[in-house]
Design a protein around this ligand. Structure first.
Ligand code: HEM
Length: 142
């Protein structure tokens, strides 16, 4: 495994954590645990916590962590060029859209079609991040 693929797999792991906490958030009806606020949570950076707030808050924290790690892996993939660069573009585009869609989901009070789109795009994003990791693990070290 080279450095870039380690970052890419770490990004996949972070996204899976975000997906897991997101699924609990939905299952417990905690989607508005931060209120209809984004990027703040109940108007604050670190709000007072109850169970619902903690679920939505940590969903966002893991999504943010995933974004940082995947963005760095995408940068390393971009520098490699070739197919890795195409995976990097597709992955960062899907992830950025997913984060912004998450914001729209809360602004629109968990509108069902938007929430369903958020679930669907989560699958696409994790698939693309995994594809980038596989591509990077077959590439020459950066
Ligand atoms: C800061 C950015 C994000 C915000 C504000 C956000 C917001 C939300 C909210 C409010 C829910 C609950 C929806 C409902 O109850 O109907 C949710 C669920 C979920 N989110 Fe996010 N999200 C973000 C980023 C992400 C990312 C990056 C991923 C994965 C790549 C993701 C995957 C999911 C999944 C899988 C669910 C559960 C859907 C279900 O069980 O049907 N989210 N998100």
């Amino acid at each position: 495994m080279n450095r870039a693929s380690i970052w890419a797999y770490a990004g996949v792991a972070s996204l899976i954590l975000a997906v897991a906490v997101g699924s609990f958030t939905r299952a417990y009806g905690a989607g508005l645990g931060c209120g209809p606020d984004w990027p703040t949570c109940k108007g604050e950076i670190v709000p007072s916590m109850d169970f619902a707030t903690a679920l939505e808050y940590f969903h966002r924290v893991f999504a943010g962590l995933g974004f940082i790690v995947v963005a760095y892996a995408s940068y390393l993939a971009y520098r490699l060029g070739g197919k890795a660069r195409i995976w990097a573009f597709a992955t960062i585009l899907a992830l950025t859209t997913q984060v912004l869609l998450g914001a729209v989901v809360v602004w629109y009070h968990l509108s069902p079609p938007l929430s369903a789109l958020h679930t669907t795009l989560a699958i696409v994003t994790v698939a693309l991040a995994t594809g980038m990791a596989v591509e990077l693990s077959n590439a020459k070290p950066a």
